[in-house]
Design a protein around this ligand. Structure first.
Ligand SMILES: [Mg+2]
Length: 202
């Protein structure tokens, strides 16, 4: 099966790391468990200038390198590949983060995984910097087939909600607790659960 895996807060623990950065930079004490909305400007009560600074720093290679993998995530990738599945990372990160994203994947032995940049949040620049990978529009993404997709962000999940031929796994996070599932969605608490759920689909 072809499987879409989101990067931030599915394959790695980005929000915990961002919470630490918001505390260190702007003295906001909002622990991971209290991030109740996906919009980090709102979650951390940041001004426009502060959220812009946070996001700019969050996509620097040195920040990305420090994000730990999600528990069981690396093992799950290897397990799914050993079962013959075809995996691709589908991320809403800006394509300018590509070098840092690839470094992270190399660091954890996942450099072979394809990385697809998708304009999940409608904020990809119309004129991307030269040398960065292509970012798919939502229309272009709609032409790609996935049997399974794993994501945590309500906005990204909405892009998958109409796909009758795709099982969408909602990675359980504090900011998606009240997300109303579409008919093709299941919720999962851990990578161990995700692997067994996918095993049950085959
Ligand atoms: Mg995510």
């Amino acid at each position: 099966m072809r499987i879409y895996i989101d990067f931030d807060d599915v394959l790695c623990e980005t929000a915990r790391h961002l919470s630490d950065m918001a505390r260190d930079l702007f003295a906001r004490n909002v622990p991971y468990e209290a991030i109740s909305v996906f919009d980090l400007q709102q979650a951390f009560s940041l001004s426009d200038a502060e959220i812009n600074e946070l996001m700019e720093r969050a996509h620097r290679p040195e920040f990305l390198a420090g994000i730990p993998p999600a528990p069981g995530g690396l093992e799950a990738v290897h397990d799914l590949e050993a079962r013959g599945h075809d995996l691709a990372i589908v991320t809403g990160r800006p394509a300018t983060s590509h070098d840092g994203s690839c470094s992270w994947l190399r660091k954890y032995g996942l450099a072979h995984l394809a990385v697809i940049y998708l304009d999940k949040y409608g904020r990809a620049p119309a004129d991307p910097p030269t040398g960065t990978p292509k970012t798919l529009s939502r229309d272009e993404f709609a032409t790609l087939h996935f049997d399974v997709a794993i994501d945590d962000s309500p906005t990204a999940l909405d892009l998958l909600a109409h796909r009758a031929d795709c099982t969408v796994i909602v990675y359980n996070r504090p900011w998606n607790q009240r997300y109303a599932h579409a008919a093709n969605m299941r919720r999962s608490d851990s990578w161990q659960e995700i692997v067994s759920l996918i095993g049950g689909l085959a």
